[in-house]
Design a protein around this ligand. Structure first.
Ligand SMILES: C[S@@+](CC[C@H](N)C(=O)[O-])C[C@H]1O[C@@H](n2cnc3c(N)ncnc32)[C@H](O)[C@@H]1O
Length: 199
């Protein structure tokens, strides 16, 4: 099997083939994760991919880290990267919040597939988010309130082309507080990280 080694925000992350390698969106999420102070918190990283965010949360002192993904190869990536840094991350295979049914977390991160394209297989499901790129964004916002503790926060990345207002309105309709906390220009688009919390 082919592996890549990628440096992102000072972390060295190994990535097996078919798993999403850390990109500019991962780096932006890492900066926002650090600012959200994971130390002492129970953290969930949805769609963990290589495990970069989950490993960082554990390295930065999270009390417990659970990482989920639909791609079974991510289990291997999370194991290899956790071992390298001598930290513990629990990987659970499954769709969105299904592996954490009934559980709540103080900090939840999700860098979803957000490009406007239909996924063809597990590898493309890492970046292809349906016709408008919103499929996982909408499902995450609709479900996240059931998995946040009171006072807890979620960090969700999306592109400006996915329609920022639509996400802000959906979150408000569901009674969630939402604020943009990070942004970065990329090629022909702009990435945003939204902080979502229970009021
Ligand atoms: C853009 S990648 C982000 C990977 C990693 N968190 C990062 O920031 O580098 C999106 C990840 O979401 C996963 N994913 C796609 N659909 C999912 C679903 N329905 N439930 C959970 N994870 C999913 C993909 O397999 C992929 O690993």
């Amino acid at each position: 099997m082919r592996w890549l080694e990628v440096e992102v925000e000072g972390l060295r992350i190994r990535v097996p083939e078919s798993v999403y390698p850390p990109e500019l969106d991962t780096a932006l999420m890492l900066r926002c994760l650090r600012s959200a102070h994971p130390a002492g918190k129970r953290v969930l990283d949805v769609g963990t991919g290589s495990g970069a965010l989950a490993v960082a949360a554990a390295l930065w002192g999270a009390s417990e880290v659970v990482a989920t993904d639909v791609n079974p190869m991510c289990k291997l990536a999370v194991e290899v990267n956790s071992r390298r840094y001598g930290i513990q991350v629990e990987f659970r295979l499954g769709d969105l919040f299904q592996p954490v049914a009934g559980e709540r977390f103080e900090l939840i991160t999700f860098n979803p597939p957000y490009l406007a394209e239909e996924p063809r297989d597990l590898a493309s499901a890492a970046w292809a988010g349906g016709p408008r790129g919103r499929r996982l964004i909408d499902r995450f916002v609709e479900g996240v309130g059931e998995h946040l503790t009171h006072g807890g926060t979620a960090l969700l990345l999306q592109a400006e082309s996915n329609d920022l207002e639509e996400t802000l309105n959906l979150a408000k309709t569901l009674g969630l507080s939402v604020t943009p906390v990070g942004s970065q220009k990329v090629a022909f688009d702009r990435l945003w990280v939204l902080r979502i919390s229970l009021p």
